[in-house]
Design a protein around this ligand. Structure first.
Ligand SMILES: CC(C)(COP(=O)(O)OP(=O)(O)OC[C@H]1O[C@@H](n2cnc3c(N)ncnc32)[C@H](O)[C@@H]1OP(=O)(O)O)[C@@H](O)C(=O)NCCC(=O)NCCS
Length: 267
């Protein structure tokens, strides 16, 4: 359970404007030149236009459910001891990983994943929502973000995409602060958080990052719905392609079998 967040200064004006532009689910690009301040208040049309722009650099992110536990476990077991240490804060054993995966509460939390063409889960994020306080709304709703990307798929922006998507989901659930607990040596993770505008607090070997989220909007809801449908479509498409490829392989196998038995019969 994370400690209560410190007072987070409001995001810089240009960042707020960007969020208010409603389609910042994938976050500001740290390499992009500073955006010019908007000349007019963003309306639904401007939001839709921005959504289409963002789709051009789209990465399919899928919401995972209980039935994906096996893939989640396989993904985490594929991490080496150092990555497990960075991900969990200790070098989790296979058993601890299985326990962790079995303990994910899919009814409360959200798990997001990115699959490759062979349907291997190459990137995984867990967005853990704080338990609601009994007897009323918590003063500050918070969600904790944890992520892992398989080594061969790193430095392609997948970690950052999952972070931004998690921010969008949390925002649409009424959460106002995204919390990340990371080891201070974890430069990629802290870089992702800082680039999104998070306040990073170092405490020796450990760091805590707090990202203040803007309130949900019509645009943020539309973007999440789009992302969900497209992520599902992408997964089904890859599955069909895999089934087709297996079918072609088995036809080729049967053909080869008949050809060799035909040859044997002739001989
Ligand atoms: C942290 C992690 C998820 C990042 O995934 P990723 O897909 O490689 O991340 P991205 O490509 O989106 O971005 C990483 C950023 O860190 C930077 N980076 C990468 N390696 C770095 C390094 N050794 N030092 C400093 N920055 C580094 C990248 O340049 C990039 O920044 P940029 O967008 O400004 O260029 C991945 O390294 C990982 O799975 N690590 C093990 C588990 C873990 O540490 N989880 C986080 C704790 S919750």
């Amino acid at each position: 359970m994370p400690k209560p967040p410190p007072a987070i200064p409001d995001a810089p004006a240009e960042l707020t404007a960007d969020w208010d532009h409603e389609l910042a689910a994938f976050g500001p690009d740290p390499n992009a030149p500073a955006a010019a301040p908007p000349t007019e208040a963003p309306g639904p049309l401007a939001s839709a236009r921005a959504a289409l722009e963002r789709l051009s650099t789209w990465v399919p992110i899928r919401s995972l459910a209980r039935r994906h536990r096996r893939r989640i476990i396989d993904h985490l077991l594929a991490l080496d001891p150092q990555d497990r240490y960075l991900r969990f804060g200790y070098p989790a054993s296979d058993e601890q990983i299985r326990k962790y995966a079995l303990s994910i509460d899919f009814a409360r939390d959200e798990v997001l994943g990115i699959f490759n063409r062979r349907l291997q889960l190459i990137a995984l994020a867990h967005l853990a929502y704080a338990q609601p306080l009994l007897g009323g709304e918590p003063e500050r709703a918070m969600a904790e973000f944890g992520v892992s990307v398989l080594p061969q798929s790193r430095s392609r922006g997948l970690g950052r995409r999952l972070f931004d998507a998690a921010g969008l989901h949390a925002r649409n659930r009424g959460v106002d602060t995204l919390f990340i607990h990371a080891l201070s040596e974890n430069r990629p993770m802290l870089r992702i958080a800082a680039a999104a505008g998070a306040l990073v607090e170092r405490d020796g070997g450990e760091s805590a990052a707090y990202l203040r989220l803007p309130p949900e909007s019509f645009g943020s809801q539309v973007e999440q719905a789009l992302e969900r449908h497209l992520g599902e479509l992408d997964f089904q498409f890859k599955r069909q392609a895999q089934v087709l490829s297996e079918f072609v392989d088995s036809v080729a196998e049967v053909k080869a079998h008949f050809e060799s038995s035909g040859r044997a019969a002739k001989e």
